[in-house]
Design a binder for this molecule. Structure first.
Ligand code: SAH
Length: 338
């Protein structure tokens, strides 16, 4: 389908057919700027070409099933061609509209606190299935999306190629023209892919789901840590920062009596010492199926203060979706368990 192709791939498609390279740009404009949904509307391209395109690269978007709306957050449920469901969340910030997209159906990372991971990976999403989540949400709100975070269902670096293609498509000036610095990939820490990503030297933001300051605890709540332990992960991140000159974000969910004690905050500060980074503390979104609880605000503030005192750049994530089951994977679970 057409939304799977970067502009460069589409240029090659036309060149292989002895057509003009600039067709790709024409089509990108129709799809991403005028946002048409049929080839017929592309009036500056020959009928024959359009017919071929229709057969070889159909225009297909993920299908919008339902929207839950709250003051500054919308939660979207989409159905895919094979009947599977995925979700995306729109958050309205003072700086713009930000969307959180899914990258896989299910997830194999097995993080103990995460709703999405309760279902094993069924398959990767294609770049076009990720791109059209953005298009559908833009159409729903009739406003431009300015920021994208890849933090929905799935592990983006377990679907590396499609996720990078997705980034290239939305970043293209003739595509959705979303600036690299407005795109964030969040990973649980798949080291070889972090290395590959840093070699691309893009300006895209990298966020690491850390959630624990030592191997023992991290392996307990995030099994991926057994394959890629903290020491190696931190070493890789240091290389990334050195190479790209970009600041990384560490996400840290606060789980009551698990990783939220004073000693954890001190250990975390020590672990991150000297790294150009900032820490985003995330109040845990409780879900019915998982026993972890959210730390209380007092504990969260105490954790925050310790990091501050140790000169760590730290923020507490603004809360959006707790009322409308916006914890990663909750909406899909509700739908499929019905
Ligand atoms: N797999 C990627 C991206 C998807 S998860 C990653 O691990 O980063 C996006 C973020 O949401 C991760 O930091 C994840 O740990 C966090 N998360 C998962 N379940 C959550 C919950 N119930 N409440 C708050 N954050 C959660």
């Amino acid at each position: 389908m057409i939304y799977n192709l970067t502009k460069e791939e589409l240029e090659n498609y036309f060149l292989e057919r002895n057509d003009k390279k600039f067709r790709a740009e024409q089509i990108f404009k129709w799809l991403y700027q005028k946002k048409v949904k049929t080839y017929e509307e592309m009036t500056d391209i020959k009928k024959e070409t359009l017919k071929e395109l229709e057969e070889e690269l159909p225009i297909y978007r993920v299908e919008l099933v339902s929207v839950e709306r709250d003051k500054d957050v919308n939660k979207y449920l989409f159905r895919l061609k094979d009947g599977e469901h995925i979700e995306a969340v729109l958050m309205r910030h003072d700086y713009g509209n930000s969307i959180c997209v899914s990258s896989q159906i299910g997830c194999n990372m097995g993080c103990k606190f995460c709703e999405s991971g309760r279902r094993k990976k069924v398959r990767n999403l294609t770049s076009g299935e990720i791109v059209t989540q953005v298009l559908q949400v833009e159409e729903d709100i009739n406003e431009r999306i300015t920021h994208v975070v890849i933090m929905g269902i799935g592990e983006p670096f377990d679907n590396y190629d499609e996720v990078i293609k997705f980034c290239r498509i939305i970043n293209d000036p003739k595509g959705l023209a979303i600036g690299s610095r407005h795109i964030t990939i969040s990973t649980c820490g798949i080291i070889p892919k972090i290395r590959e990503f840093s070699d691309l030297n893009l300006q895209i933001n990298l966020a690491i789901s850390l959630h624990a300051p030592n191997d023992e605890l991290r392996s307990e709540i995030m099994p991926i840590n057994k394959a890629y332990p903290l020491k190696d992960l931190i070493k890789e991140i240091k290389k990334y920062v050195e190479k790209t000159n970009r600041r990384v974000t560490f996400e840290y969910i606060l789980l009551k009596n698990v990783n939220d004690k004073e000693q954890h905050a001190k250990e975390l500060a020590k672990l991150l010492k000297g790294i150009n980074c900032y820490v985003n503390l995330i109040p845990y979104n409780e879900t019915e199926n998982i026993q972890y609880e959210r730390s209380n605000m007092f504990q969260i503030m105490k954790f925050y203060d310790i990091l501050k005192k140790e000169n760590v750049n730290v923020t507490i994530r603004k809360e959006f979706g707790s009322k409308i089951s916006a914890a990663c994977g909750q909406l899909r679970s509700k739908k499929e368990e019905k």
